[in-house]
Structures are given as C-alpha cells and as structure tokens.
Design a binder for this molecule. Structure first.
Ligand SMILES: Cc1ncc(COP(=O)(O)O)c(C=O)c1O
Length: 324
C-alpha cells in the first residue's frame, strides 16, 4: 500500500516514543452518543505533551535521525504553531538547538510555548510560500535539518501511532474522523487502519474552501497556486493543499471528506467543554462538528473514532466567543 510507511515502521515509532509521550486516553460520552446517534470514541491528543498529536511525529523523526548517526547542528521547522511547539519540545528533550518559523499572527499561546521549549522563534509573512522559503533559507545558511510538518515519512509514521493506539483499544471501529491540513495525521491514521483493520474507514474533516473531495475524486491537485492558507478560526488546519507525499496515500485510502464551517467547529469545542470537560482547539472542534452533522448520518449506529487533535487555545479568545 505504502512501502515507505510499513506496519513495522509504525510499531517501531510506537516503541520509540513510548515513555517520553503520553498514551492518551480514549474517552466516551453517553450524552454525545445520544445526540449523534453513534458510539463515539474520543482519542484525546489535546492531552498529549505540547498540547497536540504533533509531538509524536516530531519525536519519532528526530530520534530516527539520531539512531542513524545524524546529529543535526540545528533543527529547523515551519508551522502554524502546534508542529513548531512539538519540534521545539522534542529538540529540547534531545538537546538539539532549534529554530521555528511561524506566520505573523500565530496565537500568542503557541509562540510562548515554542520559546518556553528554548527554541528560537522567527516570524514570516503569513503565506505557505513565505513560511517554506524562510525555513529553507535558515536551514541552508546554518546547516540545519528541516523537519517538515507533514511531508516526511517519519512524521507520518509518528502520527500513525494515534491510529495504532486507538485500534489497539477499540479494534472494531467502523470509522475514524480526522481533521486534515497537510495530511500527515490523516495519512498515518489511514495506514494504521489499513494494516490493523481494513474495514475501518477514515473520513477527513476540512474547513470551508479546501475543496479536498474534488481533488481526491479526480486524483489530481486541482488547487490554485501559489498555495494558500484558508480563512478559518482553526489555524491548525488552515493549509489548503495536501503534501506531495500525503496526497497519493490519501487518494488510495481516504473514504470521504466532510466540510464544516467555523461556527460548527466553535460549537463543537463548546459542547465538548460542557459535556466532557475537555479543552480543545477549533481543529478538534471540526471532528466533533462532523460527527454531529447530518453529513455523517451514514455513520449512525456505528462505532466512530474522533481525533481530538489539539487543545492549544488562547484562553482569552475561546472559539465560541470569537466566531462570527
Ligand atoms: C491541532 C491540529 N489538528 C490537525 C492538524 C492537521 O495535521 P496535518 O497537517 O498532518 O493534516 C494540525 C496541523 O498543524 C493541528 O495542529
């Protein structure tokens, strides 16, 4: 299916991160089961170290590099926040210097966390191209190793451990709903599901304007260039285009794409705070919104995994307070 990310690599990633990262809980909520008409299983990556699943891919990638004898002079990455925090945290844990490029306007809470993990923070123009060019230039000038947020097979194998753990706990899931941006997490979870329970189908949830279903159906990158960020409150999933490595994986494995509005995501965050006492960011709200939307009625009565991908919220700007 994907020779570059095998079940063996996913298991090795799970072993590599064990002990340094949390095995996050899988929670249930009878009220949300009733409201959604589904049996929901929430994989709580909002409770992961650094506040999102991104720590999995970052730690797996850096530890794999070190195992192969490469000790980077500098670790460099670009990120809308969570991956930056994760790479900063993993670099700090492994005693490697790190520089993170973030778009101007990235939430304060994420910037402070990156600096809190002792990484250098560099701002760039808020476009995908600005982000990539700035990180590439720094890596070149300072002999750094770039850890891409999604287009890297070790990152994908690290994110796959979310699916690996979830399916170990609930092996007979029918669906898993995954918020998507560049597609590293969705690719990893789709591969884990493919290897562990091929009956389990992965559904991606996107903000408005991404147009992923059409691209998947056509198996073609129909997006306009240069790449754009989407206009959404969910900064974790604002990259419009999938990666060069993740798109082909998902053309093969993805079952369906659900699109949700900012308002639906914000309502998703609010209902899970009320009902489950969990703090999640808008990208996680997207998965809850999808489960509650009539677009997912075809899952009624089924066992559905929901990936609560992150919890890094600015407490002074809660999603349901800032949405229009
Ligand atoms: C909270 C959160 N959810 C989902 C995603 C999407 O992950 P991917 O780019 O691997 O699709 C990100 C990526 O930054 C994120 O930070």
């Amino acid at each position: 299916m994907c020779e570059e990310v095998t079940l063996g690599m996913i298991k090795a990633a799970a072993t590599r991160i064990q002990g340094q990262l949390h095995r996050t809980p899988v929670m249930t909520c009878s009220a949300l089961n009733r409201i959604s008409n589904k049996q929901l299983y929430f994989k709580c990556e909002n409770l992961q170290k650094t506040g999102s699943f991104k720590a999995r891919g970052a730690l797996n990638t850096l530890k794999t590099l070190l195992e192969t004898g490469v000790k980077p002079e500098l670790v460099v990455t670009h990120s809308s926040g969570n991956h930056g925090q994760a790479v900063a945290w993993a670099s700090d844990a492994l005693n490697l210097p790190c520089t993170v490029v973030v778009p101007e306007g990235t939430p304060k809470v994420k910037c402070q966390a990156i600096q809190g993990y002792n990484a250098e923070l560099v701002f760039c123009t808020p476009t995908p191209t600005g982000r990539k060019e700035t990180a590439d230039r720094i890596a070149k000038e300072r002999n750094g190793v770039l850890v891409h947020p999604y287009d890297n097979y070790n990152v994908i194998a690290g994110q796959a451990t979310i699916g690996f753990e979830l399916l170990q706990e609930v092996p007979d899931l029918d669906y898993i709903i995954v918020p998507i941006s560049g597609g590293g997490m969705t690719s990893g979870i789709s591969l884990a599901a493919h290897y562990m329970n091929p009956e389990c189908q992965v559904v991606a949830v996107e903000p408005e304007g991404k147009n992923l279903q059409n691209c998947i159906d056509a198996k073609e990158r129909l997006w306009d260039n240069p790449p754009q960020f989407l206009n959404t409150i969910a900064e974790g999933i604002k990259t419009q285009q999938l990666g060069q490595l993740t798109f082909p994986i998902l053309c093969n494995l993805l079952e369906k794409v659900i699109t949700v509005s900012d308002k639906e995501m914000a309502d998703g965050c609010k209902i899970i705070a009320e009902r489950m006492k969990l703090v999640v960011e808008a990208a996680s709200g997207a998965a809850i919104a999808a489960a509650l939307s009539n677009q997912c009625e075809f899952m009624n009565g089924k066992k559905v995994g929901i990936i609560l991908c992150g919890g890094n919220l600015d407490m002074d700007a809660l999603p349901w307070q800032i949405v229009n």
